[in-house]
Design a protein around this ligand. Structure first.
Ligand code: C5P
Length: 309
């Protein structure tokens, strides 16, 4: 008798950079009101999900040693939550191959949660659409809906309410990965502290950035990049100032802290320029590691699933 070999589903989930991250006031629920423009980048995590006798996680790749493999991992929570919604048990092994820096401000954990929702929807043939998955994702973390959405999007609320943004052409990025991560809540708290002490500048509305994205011109986009969390990330990690300066000195059009940091993202005028900037930044010793990436790319999506036979 032929036994049915369980066939794994492979899902790729993108990282993100916030081209504009305007942080408003602290809300009663502990979150800050945001106005942000996300762009999904080709630096990605791949997850392989296989039917198993119990829920288990395995992690390899970039920063794997820092990633928990128990119920505290957002992937675990995503699997348990979707299983509840589907009325079944989360009997899968999930192998996470990390490309996105851990606690780096690039929404790696959210990407993994989004990939888990997409992968289990496929494996269990739930037939849920993106909006339904995003509703589950928003309960798990503010950035999960964008990791499902991908592309370029305007985010409001705590970042979970999304509208697509027209973006022409591919943009070329260099990412400077830092030693160690930053905790997102600590960076928000540091911004609140800086705001009580003084009045760090606040970003205005992102209209101009939308126009630059529609034009597809990196030179137009570069001076408009901005992140209200940058002052807080730099306050906690002053060495980021040097990294940000170095990227521009070696030919990037502009640099900014990605999300809550500590990864720094540099916009370059071409793919060739990005490779050159990456090489120079590696040599300058201002980053633990350097990557190139392009954006926008699609949200979490199945890249492999052989039907059982
Ligand atoms: O939603 P998520 O779990 O990713 O958020 C992590 C933490 O980041 C929150 O608990 C909160 O401290 C902070 N945060 C915030 N405002 C947001 C998003 C996140 O203050 N809009």
């Amino acid at each position: 008798m032929l036994s049915v070999v369980p066939s794994p589903v492979t899902v790729r989930a993108p990282s993100k950079v916030n081209l504009h991250l305007g942080v408003g006031d602290l809300r009663a629920d502990g979150y800050h009101e945001l106005t942000t423009v996300f762009q999904a980048l080709s630096l990605a995590d791949d997850l392989e999900i296989t039917p198993a006798n119990s829920l288990t996680l395995r992690v390899t790749g970039e920063g794997a040693a820092e990633v928990p493999t128990d119920r505290t991992n957002l992937v675990w929570k995503a699997a348990v939550r979707l299983a509840q919604v589907a009325g079944r048990a989360p009997l899968v092994e999930i192998a996470i191959d990390k490309g996105i820096p851990v606690a780096g401000g690039m929404a790696g954990g959210s990407a993994d949660a989004a990939a888990t929702l997409v992968g289990l929807n496929e494996l269990w043939e739930l037939g849920m659409n993106r909006d339904e998955l995003a509703a589950v994702g928003a309960e798990l973390g503010s950035d999960v809906p964008f990791a499902l959405h991908g592309g370029t999007a305007l985010g409001t609320g705590r970042g979970e309410r999304l509208l697509p943004v027209l973006s022409r052409n591919a943009f070329h990025w260099v990412l400077a990965l830092a030693k160690g991560g930053l905790s997102t809540p600590e960076v928000f708290t540091e911004l609140d502290r800086l705001r009580v002490q003084g009045d760090p500048p606040r970003l205005g509305a992102p209209q101009e950035i939308m126009q630059a994205l529609a034009s597809g011109d990196a030179h137009q986009l570069a001076p408009l990049l901005g992140n209200d969390l940058q002052a807080a990330a730099v306050s906690l990690r002053p060495e980021l100032r040097r990294t940000l300066r170095a990227g521009v000195e070696v030919g990037a059009l502009a640099g900014l802290v990605s999300g809550s940091g500590p990864t720094c993202a540099f916009l370059c005028e071409s793919a060739e320029s990005a490779v050159a900037v990456a090489a120079e930044l590696s040599g300058a010793g201002v980053a633990r590691s350097v990557r190139t990436a392009t954006g926008p790319v699609p949200g979490a999506r199945v890249i492999g699933h052989e039907e059982p036979h």
